[in-house]
Design a protein around this ligand. Structure first.
Ligand SMILES: NC(=O)c1ccc[n+]([C@@H]2O[C@H](COP(=O)([O-])OP(=O)(O)OC[C@H]3O[C@@H](n4cnc5c(N)ncnc54)[C@H](OP(=O)(O)O)[C@@H]3O)[C@@H](O)[C@H]2O)c1
Length: 317
């Protein structure tokens, strides 16, 4: 099968196309014919391994010292189940599914195998709603699994004032929609070019951080979700601003704190919202797998809106 492997840590051109053996499902696994994936913030982090020394050392111990031990990277997928292992009970051949691979990676390939049951290091798998395209499913999987974990930590209640800082990214666009759906009053913070996008997702108000400080409006938020990735902002300065804008019992939560479990249940909940027209996929750009280097180069700019999707056309070499 056609796959993209990460030959070493570095810039996007460390990614190379390689013919790899098609994986076979183990007893608890399904084998998925993959139609779409996405270049997530985590994918570019895994490829680049560009991080402070101590964090970099821990990362390399976990993922691989000179290159990822699992060479086919890619975290999210959407496709059709082609075959199943002997003990699979929840899915069947032909099911349209999507999900998150976890540390197994492997989504930059025509086929991947994943366990039908969640495990600590493994990923999660859910049915894809019929009216959600494969591209949309690949787009919503990353934020759809990560955002609910951070929002659960904040225990948001109806009527509370919630601020999503970094409202235009994958986790941010998901969070704005989920928090709005909980009945909270949502303020999104983003750059000028993304103000209209964040409004269109249901935010009650939007702060353009290039013009205003989050504390400038003298609002008191019950929760601020900081959805700006590590290294993209002076976190100390941002936290100080957030402290001024929180109510006395308000919570600050960063997407870089904690290790989110990858729960299929979050995708099932998202499916219901999608089917009810209360959640939409935010797709910035779509590239064919053949243009994966270009897609990584774009995501490396740190300026993607929502998600960058990759499509796989089977049979085309
Ligand atoms: N805790 C964990 O275990 C875990 C797991 C997975 C992922 N993560 C984190 O999640 C990240 C990926 O999140 P994502 O995909 O949502 O990122 P993303 O799509 O790249 O979004 C980044 C957001 O940050 C904003 N931003 C960038 N620079 C900014 C600045 N200087 N000031 C203010 N806002 C700024 C962007 O808004 P504008 O473009 O409008 O500026 C955008 O809204 C990973 O890199 C990692 O840090 C953590």
């Amino acid at each position: 099968m056609k796959a993209v492997v990460c030959t070493q840590y570095g810039p996007p051109d460390v990614l190379q196309f390689k013919e790899m053996p098609k994986p076979q499902p183990k007893d608890h696994e399904v084998c998925i014919k993959n139609f779409a994936t996405a270049v997530t913030g985590s994918d570019v982090l895994i490829r680049g391994a560009d991080m402070p020394v101590l964090l970099g050392l821990m990362f390399r111990m976990m993922i691989g010292f000179r290159k990822p031990r699992r060479p086919i990277i890619g975290l999210v997928f959407a496709g059709e189940i082609e075959s199943i292992g002997n003990d699979v009970t929840r899915f069947k051949t032909g099911d349209q599914v999507y999900g998150f691979t976890g540390f197994g990676f492997g989504a930059y390939a025509e086929y991947l195998c994943i366990s039908e049951v969640e495990s600590k290091r493994g990923g999660c798998l859910a049915m894809k709603p019929g009216d959600m395209s494969y591209e949309e499913a690949a787009a919503v999987a990353y934020g759809g699994v990560l955002a609910p974990y951070f929002l659960e930590k904040s225990a948001i209640q109806k009527g509370q004032k919630v601020c999503i800082y970094g409202a235009s990214g994958a986790i941010g666009t998901t969070s704005v929609q989920l928090v709005k759906n909980l009945g909270a009053d949502v303020t999104g913070v983003c750059s000028t070019k993304n103000v209209e996008l964040v409004k269109s997702l249901g935010a009650d108000s939007v702060i353009d951080y290039s013009k205003e400080d989050i504390a400038g409006r003298r609002e008191q938020y019950d929760c601020i979700l900081d959805a700006v990735p590590n290294g993209k902002i002076d976190r100390k300065k941002l936290k100080a601003q957030c402290r001024k804008a929180l109510s006395p019992s308000g919570k600050y939560i960063s997407i870089d704190d904690g290790s989110p479990p990858l729960k299929a249940e979050y995708l099932v909940q998202l499916n219901a919202l999608f089917e009810a027209g209360e959640f939409k996929a935010v797709i910035d750009r779509t590239y064919p797998l053949e243009h994966i280097i270009e897609a990584h180069t774009y995501v490396d700019t740190g300026r993607k809106k929502g998600n960058v999707v990759i499509t796989l056309k089977h049979g085309i070499t």
